[in-house]
Design a protein around this ligand. Sequence first.
Ligand code: MF3
Ligand code: CO
Ligand code: CO
Length: 251
Amino acid sequence: MIYIKNKSEIEKMRKAGAFAAKLLNYLAPFVKAGVSTLELNDIAEDYTKRHGHRSAPLGYKGFPKSICSSINQVVCHGIPKKEDILKDGDIINLDVSPVVDGYIGDTSRTFFVGTPAPEIRQLVEDTERAMWIGIEQVKPGARVDEIGNAIDDFLSPKGYGIVRDLMGHGVGRNFHEEPQIPHFRMGRKLAKIEAGMIFTVEPMVNQGTWEVNFDKLDKWTVRTKDGKWSAQFEHTVLVTEKGYEILTKED
Ligand code: MF3
Ligand code: CO
Ligand code: CO
């Protein structure tokens, strides 16, 4: 079932989205060579708690930490660790999902650590552009598969692999609600988009194959099958009468 949010739920989602964006902005200057992903996790958790909120990932289906931190060939759901120390040339996606007054804001960005290789900079820039191209399809009367079609038409000619195993999702009181939002061409019609829906657009884009592996031991970390690098950006988006509103805007 796809929830259509009412006025008061939308207001709460605006607050949750705004806090998620503020949290990611707060983390940004700490992303530097020498910092561990556990330190970034702890900075995020402290900031969230200090504002009276909590982190949706912590304990979600057994996830052990407060944010996801995904370096280089890690596609998503990387678990923060003291051994994972950022170095010059890395890229890292930080995905934050705070719970504010019962509602969840979900947003992520891929950051450069120092100076990236030119093709890595291109990957990250193309991934962010792909997210925006997907978001630009959002309006009442369109269908969610059209988001995937537009992203696929932009990325596939450039030779990238678009992750198929994980998709965008409805979000609200629950971390993951219907509908699923594909970032690739599925070749069939999916749910109609209606005003009052809230969902994420969060393409995961690989330099090489779209195929991924799930870590056998920790059951969370998703890596590219070929070891090439992967980038991701994510916003939480409200469908309005005219189109969309970004709930996790950075400004
Ligand atoms: N924030 C992720 C998403 O965009 C979900 C992470 S689930 C977790 O859907 F348990 F790994 F945190
Ligand atoms: Co999400
Ligand atoms: Co997320």
